[in-house]
Design a protein around this ligand. Structure first.
Ligand SMILES: O=C(O)CCC(=O)C(=O)O
Length: 205
């Protein structure tokens, strides 16, 4: 990982560090994610209304994020019943470099987007204390990230997130709506089978 400079971009208070992870750091992160996925396989969450999400997910840490007919929540175990694996040290190092938070995260959500996957506009609000930021790491294909407002609707701004980019949603940006409109296949050679991985680190409890 290169030394974090001042964020090169500030979009509505979201701090974006383009290319914070160089290629070797991205490759190490992918290996770390592979180990997480071996212990806690990706699954396709279902919304409370019974709709399958297009993104596949898993988690690492003391708790992981799950969604099913009972709704969204953090759980201490993967749906298989196994505890989540620990947060990879590579991801913790990114959090410590950019979060500005004295606490360490207790959850690292791993999202996998194949060519057709996206994530609708939402707020990250299942955590106990919004004083802690959310740190997000992009790996693999480019993704169109949309940032909105605290309230639903209104004008939005979009930016392409590329492999190795890191962003921090904290302070007044912590509860902004955001989502992924689409992923552009074939824009990165990082993942053998293509697609995009996103890691989001949070203090959930
Ligand atoms: O994939 C991304 O960059 C965004 C992920 C996200 O919004 C989330 O996990 O809440």
């Amino acid at each position: 990982m290169s030394e974090p400079r001042e964020p090169a971009l500030n979009v509505r208070g979201v701090a974006v560090y383009p290319g914070l992870l160089d290629r070797p750091a991205q490759e190490a992160m992918v290996q770390a994610v592979r180990r997480v996925v071996e212990a806690a396989p990706l699954f396709r969450p279902v919304t409370a209304r019974g709709r399958e999400m297009s993104v596949r997910m898993t988690s690492a840490g003391r708790v992981g994020w799950v969604s099913d007919r009972r709704g969204y929540r953090y759980e201490p175990r993967h749906p298989s019943g196994a505890p989540w694996p620990p947060i990879p040290p590579e991801a913790l190092a990114v959090w410590r470099a950019v979060s500005g938070d004295s606490a360490d995260p207790d959850c690292c959500i791993v999202n996998f987007y194949d060519a057709g996957a996206k994530m609708g506009m939402h707020q990250d609000r299942d955590e106990a204390d919004f004083a802690h930021p959310v740190v997000s790491i992009s790996l693999g294909d480019d993704a169109l990230f949309r940032i909105g407002n605290r309230e639903r609707g209104g004008k939005t701004e979009s930016l392409w997130l590329r492999s190795g980019d890191v962003l921090v949603m904290g302070g007044k940006a912590r509860l902004l709506h955001h989502g992924i409109d689409r992923v552009k296949p074939g824009t990165s050679t990082l993942l053998r089978e293509g697609g995009r991985l996103n890691l989001t680190l949070r203090v959930a409890l």
